[in-house]
Design a binder for this molecule. Structure first.
Ligand code: COA
Length: 402
């Protein structure tokens, strides 16, 4: 007997099991394989998190040193991907470019008779390495500059910043980005990760799954939010205009970007680390983005608690991402790409986990379209005048409500 419960956003629906990360939204706790995100953010680097996600344990010293070297070595892009990047119009949206370039990585790899490419952990490490190289390469190409290859002596976060500018970042810049990468690496069955797992569940390969994940991350309700936060900070101009701006947004039925979360009903645990890193960076580069963000968060808390007292809407991970990435010199239309540079680790780990005990993910839908009826001969059909009818028909609605 098919289920009659319809849950379009899958809220509260458990669709699988994972050992990778746990989001406890009510108490604001995030763990990767049992390690609290607060401990990880303060004590380990991104490479250690990648090792933890892929192998189940933090690396020992020798393993970590080898990983630093191998990620840098695996970051170089195939010539065919560089050629594709060079052919893309310079005003293309960076996430569109990333989606295309990630997809192209498999062109140079051998495939099996089904067309799939090797998708084990040996494929996942280079994918993590190359994602950052693609984002940095596009950043340079769109500015009319040649891409720079990763440097073997730099760690992953430092390499990304170096590949953009050609200059070694300061220790503060490197730490800020490394902390960001640690915090964003995984987040259970978020939309892009779920998309990757759906693709993997069909036995499609890692490149297909991660391409779908990049596409899913693009949306403003997911990875597109930090650039929306930046738009808001730019529009506010002065901290004391934040409250009026938020009131006006709500009056127009709009949302405050970087605020609210499907899982967290208190401030996102990652926000406090991004807040601290953004504050320190702002002092280094003498920027006002952090000050504006603090004013916006205070204004949002006040106005949203008045307007929607029963909703618990607080800063999410994307909120302080905006001043942090802006103060690292990144343009706002690349923020989501930088998110992908970290989350590719989580996507890949989830894809490997999906393969390890796969079952095709194939949910059901309740049909609410017209009841079965006779086919109209061509001569008797009324013109639809280009009007799409994607709403539920009243007949179907009536029949489904019984
Ligand atoms: N600003 C204003 N109101 C918000 C809001 C925001 N950022 N986020 C949620 N709300 C309100 C909705 O309008 C809705 O109010 P209503 O029931 O009175 O109509 C209520 O809170 C619940 O919203 P809903 O969309 O059902 O919650 P959700 O769990 O699906 O939303 C998000 C989660 C993240 C999609 C949502 O909070 C949002 O759109 N945030 C802004 C975008 C963002 O920062 N995305 C990054 C997420 S990490």
């Amino acid at each position: 007997m098919p289920s009659t419960v319809v849950n379009p956003g899958l809220e509260g629906v458990v669709v699988g099991e994972t050992v990778l990360s746990n989001v406890e939204g009510q108490i604001g706790r995030l763990t990767y394989r049992g390690y609290d995100i607060h401990d990880l953010a303060s004590n380990v680097g991104f490479e250690e998190v990648v090792h933890l996600l892929f192998y189940g344990a933090l690396p020992a010293q020798a393993e970590l040193e080898a990983l630093h070297r191998s990620l840098a070595a695996q970051g170089a892009l195939p010539e065919s991907t560089l050629a594709i990047l060079r052919a893309i119009p310079r005003d293309a949206w960076p996430m569109d470019v990333l989606r295309t370039a990630i997809s192209s990585l498999s062109h140079v790899l051998p495939n099996d008779p089904t067309g799939a490419h090797a998708s084990g952990v040996d494929a996942a490490f280079p994918l993590v390495a190359k994602t950052s190289t693609i984002v940095a390469a596009w950043d340079r190409l769109r500015r009319g500059l040649d891409p720079i290859a990763p440097r073997p002596d730099l760690k992953h976060a430092a390499n990304f910043l170096y590949m953009r500018t050609g200059e070694e970042p300061t220790p503060e810049q490197e730490r800020a980005l490394d902390t960001y990468f640690v915090l964003l690496a995984d987040h259970s069955f978020n939309a892009s990760t779920f998309a990757a797992r759906v693709v993997a569940s069909t036995n499609a390969d890692l490149y297909c799954a991660v391409t779908a994940a990049v596409a899913t991350l693009t949306g403003q309700l997911h990875g597109g939010a930090p650039s929306g936060v930046m738009d808001t900070l730019e529009a506010i101009v002065e901290p004391d205009r934040a409250e009026g701006y938020v009131r006006d947004l709500l009056a127009r039925g709009k949302r405050v970007m970087g605020i609210g979360h499907r899982e967290y009903k208190i401030r996102d645990p990652r926000a406090q680390h991004l807040d601290a890193e953004a504050k320190e960076l702002a002092q280094q580069v003498d920027s006002r983005w952090y000050e504006l963000a603090v004013a916006l968060e205070q204004a949002s808390n006040k106005v949203l608690q008045e307007a929607k007292p029963d909703r618990k809407l607080y800063a999410n991970v994307d909120f302080y991402t905006a001043p942090l990435l802006a103060d690292l010199g990144l343009p706002k239309d690349e923020f989501t790409c930088v998110f992908a540079c970290s989350r590719v680790a989580g996507w890949s780990a989830h894809v490997l986990e999906q393969y390890s005990h796969n079952r095709l993910i194939r949910p059901q839908a309740t049909y609410v379209g017209p009841q079965i009826h006779a086919l109209e001969p061509l001569a008797q059909r009324a013109a639809s005048n280009g009007q799409a009818t994607l709403r539920r028909s009243s007949r179907a609605r009536d029949s489904s409500s019984g």
